[in-house]
Every structure is written in structure tokens, then in C-alpha cells.
Design a protein around this ligand. Structure first.
Ligand code: ASP
Ligand code: MG
Length: 481
């Protein structure tokens, strides 16, 4: 029987320090015994943030601050290397190659500080350094365990468009490159360790896939290589029924569908980058979410269709770093194209709109944007509708940052009557006021807006109503050792 090919991605916390990287190397070693594995790694946790901070400080002219960040990062990586690699010669060699990468970053920051200009292209190059540093370390740690391994920069694998800061892959080209570069390594029994987060345009200009994009890298590579399975190793036991900080009975969902996982990702469950499953939609490759700190847990399996848990609702999620913008006034009924103008404005700003609701009386339109986009969106709308406000056609454009979205997610809600009613009655029993409601026609998500202070009560109420906190089923905890 042909051995299964697996792509395994390790997130920032999973490679957070030497001890974590050693754990990852052990997981990879065990996996490589069973069949070929391609590893994909994130930067050590916090590193990408620090790199972006260095770039921004350099842009503001504070090259000194950027330099200090680089010093600290050098130290952090050298410390990890010191305890990971025993052989002096090899450690010195690795340390020198990391130093070269740091050198590149510092040069770029110096240039940025001189020019007081940070282009999206330069920012991508600086923020990509973390992955370029972690991949050789993980490969080195694997070699320490006697597993042949080689770091590979994803600029050689993933061909993207040129949308810096959020590039998308060009499928066929990525396939050709990845196969050509990785297949020969696998055939020779070498475990490649690819940098997550990064790609390059056809002409070789480095791009990034967006923050948290290493998950996406893993599925892009999985699809390109026709992998049998993708495993996203992180620091939680899979996809949970709710955020355990909000609901203490939250538990791991054994199996969930692509659509459900995507809905959860969009609505703030930080476990997956929202674009991750796009890459495997056609091929239908299963994606596991597992905990590198507790590999004995089976985790969550994400499959095209998922598996019913008996009820319609699989999970709850809540996001608080969002704001509600309302455009209102009785006059807007007669105003053509308010909706069009509103969303052309948000599109122009590339503001992330998470939820839209309009009453049929057309007295107001409200929508939710991510908090960082809120102020500039409201300001742009005030400008767009300035004339209409002056003529009292639009009464107000308001911004409320003290709100949260709660979403009830489950693919089998479709066609199950009563889910919305149960959701809203359970919330009403807690005296929580609903500010806005939206259900997509896909019917796999009912979202509602509450005031931020009511968020926890609302999630707990819905959790109780749908029995999501039931004891852990036996199948969700499987000893694999
Ligand atoms: N290191 C990148 C980030 O922090 C990508 C990732 O970790 O997925 O956004
Ligand atoms: Mg992540």
C-alpha cells in the first residue's frame, strides 16, 4: 500500500522556544517513520509582531529602536540554537546563516529609516524573516534526532499574485514548483521544512499570505502535492465548541465540516486562518487540528462534509474587537443607492465588514467592521454622505465600539427549524438585549450583535441551550502513543 503523504504545520507557539522545537522535532520524527512528511513552520511566537514593529519604527525614522529589536531577536534565536544543536561546528554554521538573514533585515530597516518610507513590498520582506529563521532551526533539530531534513524557502514553492500583505496562490504554477522542488527530497527520504506565510510572484518578488497565513501555506502545499492529510499543530486541542475563557465546559469537536470551520475562523475562533480551507476545497483533503503540547489528543478532523453531532449547532464563537456603524434616519428610504455608496466606501478602504443588517423599513443600515478599521470607515462615510446629512436626508452616522458579535455555527442548522428561536429565547432569558441579527442564506451561521458586557452571558446561554458543554465524548480523546 502506498504510504500516506502528510503536510504538518507548526504554529508560532509550537516553535516558541528550544524545548518546543525539540517537541516538534520528535513529532516529526515519529511521523516520518510512518510515511513521508513535509513540515511547514511559522516564526517563533511574537517574532513577526516584533519584525513589523521594527519596520514601522524604522519608517518613523527611529532606526535605533529597530536595531534594538533586531538585537533582541538575534539573542532569542541564538539561545534556542544553543540548546538545540549540540555539535559546535554545525551550530556555528547555522548561527552564521541566521545571522545573514538578520543582516538582510537590518539593511532593509536602515534603508527604511533613511527614506522614511515603508513600501508594502519591503514590509513583506521584513515580516517574512521570522519564518526564514525558524525553518533552518527546525530542520537542524530534526537532524539532531537523526532524521535527514532540509529547510526550504517557500519563495521556491508558492507562486502568488502580487498583492503584498495578503497574496493568493496561483494554483498550477505552485503545483509545478512544489512538486519539482519537494518530490525529489521526499524520494530521498529527506523531510523538507518549508517556511510558512511566504510566497513569491512569478518574477520572484517575495510576498506574504497575510497574518496567520502559515495555515494557508500548509493547505496550499498539501493541495499542490496531492497530500493525503494536512495536520495543523497548534497550542489547543483542536476546534472547541466555544472559547474556554468564556465557557469553561468548552470541549473539542471530533469532526467538523470545511464550511463550519471556515465560519468559525471568520468569526474570531483564532484556530485557523480564514482562507485555509479554500486551498483544499477541490481536493477534499482532510485537515486535522492538533495540539503539539498534547499530541496524545486526537484533535479535530476537518472534512468536506463533517459529521453530525445529532443537533444542528456545532459551536459558538464571539468577537469583541469589532465596532458597529449605523447610517440612519427616516430620509434614507427615499435615497437611492445608500447601500451601494456605503459599501463602495468600505471596499475602497479595504475595511473588513463582518456582518450587515438592514431593517426592511430601510430606516437604517448597520454593519460591523473590525475595530482597527472603525474610525476611518466612519470618517469616510461622513465625508461620503456629507451633503445628505446637510440636507437632513441622513440623520446620523454613528460608531459604537462597545459591542460584540456572537455567532452560532453548524452546517446542519440548515433546514432545522427552531434554531434561531432557541438561540434568541435563551439569550433573552438572560436579559441580554439584541442590537442586530443576521443569518446568511447558507444557514450555517446565525450571528447577533450584543453589547460587549453581555457577550459572555450570551455565549453561556446559547451553550447551555444547545448542550454543547456535554461531557467529552470518548472518541474525541484517543491515546495514540
Ligand atoms: N508568522 C506569521 C504571523 O505571525 C504567520 C503565521 O504565524 O501563521 O502572522
Ligand atoms: Mg496561527
Amino acid at each position: 500500500m502506498k504510504k500516506k503523504l502528510r503536510v504538518m504545520k507548526f504554529g508560532g507557539t509550537s516553535v516558541g522556544d528550544a524545548a518546543c522545537i525539540a517537541r516538534v522535532a520528535q513529532i516529526l520524527k515519529d511521523a516520518a517513520k510512518e510515511g513521508p512528511v513535509v513540515a511547514v513552520v511559522s516564526a517563533m511566537s511574537g517574532v513577526t509582531n516584533r519584525l513589523i514593529e521594527a519596520a514601522k519604527r524604522a519608517e518613523a525614522g527611529d532606526g535605533e529602536h529597530a536595531h534594538r529589536i533586531f538585537e533582541a531577536l538575534r539573542k532569542q534565536h541564538d539561545t534556542a540554537l544553543g540548546s538545540l544543536i549540540r555539535d559546535d561546528e554545525k551550530r556555528t554554521w547555522l548561527s552564521a546563516s541566521l545571522s545573514k538573514i538578520f543582516g538582510e533585515g537590518e539593511q532593509l530597516c536602515k534603508g527604511t529609516a533613511l527614506l522614511h518610507e515603508l513600501t508594502p513590498r519591503t514590509l513583506d520582506t521584513i515580516s517574512s524573516l521570522g519564518e526564514r529563521l525558524s525553518a533552518p532551526m527546525v530542520a537542524g533539530a530534526l537532524q539532531e534526532l537523526g532524521v535527514p531534513s532540509e529547510p526550504v524557502e517557500a519563495t521556491e514553492l508558492i507562486v502568488t499574485d502580487s498583492y503584498h500583505g495578503g497574496a493568493d496562490p496561483i494554483r498550477e504554477r505552485t503545483r509545478e514548483r512544489s512538486q519539482a522542488r519537494l518530490r525529489p527530497l521526499l524520494e530521498r527520504g529527506i523531510t523538507p521544512v518549508a517556511t510558512g506565510f511566504i510566497g513569491a510572484t512569478e518574477s520572484g518578488v517575495l510576498t506574504t499570505l497575510g497574518r496567520g497565513g502559515s495555515d494557508y501555506s500548509a493547505t496550499i502545499l498539501g493541495a499542490a502535492l496531492d497530500a493525503d492529510e494536512i495536520v495543523i499543530w497548534t497550542d489547543v486541542d483542536g476546534v472547541l465548541t466555544a472559547d474556554p475563557r468564556l465557557v469553561k465546559e468548552a470541549r473539542t469537536i471530533p469532526e467538523i465540516s470545511y464550511r463550519e470551520a471556515t465560519e468559525l475562523a471568520y468569526f474570531g475562533a483564532k484556530v485557523l486562518h480564514p482562507k485555509t480551507l479554500r486551498a483544499v476545497e477541490q481536493a477534499g483533503i482532510p485537515v486535522w487540528i492538533r495540539n503539539s503540547f498534547a499530541p496524545e489528543h486526537a484533535g479535530t478532523k476537518i472534512t468536506p462534509k463533517g459529521r453530525s453531532n445529532g443537533g444542528g449547532v456545532k459551536a459558538l464563537t464571539a468577537i469583541r474587537d469589532v465596532a458597529l456603524i449605523t447610517i440612519g434616519g427616516p430620509g434614507i428610504v427615499g435615497l437611492p443607492d445608500v447601500v451601494g455608496r456605503t459599501f463602495s466606501t468600505t471596499a475602497e478602504l479595504k475595511a473588513n465588514v463582518l456582518l450587515i443588517s438592514q431593517s426592511s423599513s430601510q430606516n437604517d443600515i448597520c454593519f460591523i467592521v473590525a475595530a482597527p478599521d472603525a474610525k476611518r470607515t466612519a470618517a469616510a462615510l461622513r465625508k461620503e454622505f456629507a451633503q445628505d446629512v446637510a440636507h437632513e436626508k441622513v440623520e446620523h452616522i454613528t460608531l459604537d465600539p462597545n459591542i460584540a458579535i456572537v455567532a452560532v455555527v453548524g452546517e446542519n442548522m440548515r433546514g432545522t427549524p427552531g434554531v434561531a428561536a432557541r438561540t434568541f429565547s435563551s439569550v433573552a432569558r438572560e436579559n441580554v438585549n439584541l442590537i442586530a441579527i443576521a443569518q446568511g442564506s447558507s444557514e450555517s451561521n446565525i450571528s447577533f450583535v450584543v453589547s460587549e458586557k453581555d457577550m459572555k452571558a450570551a455565549v453561556e446561554a446559547a451553550n447551555r441551550e444547545f448542550g454543547l458543554g456535554a461531557p467529552v465524548s470518548r472518541e474525541s480523546v484517543v491515546k495514540v502513543s
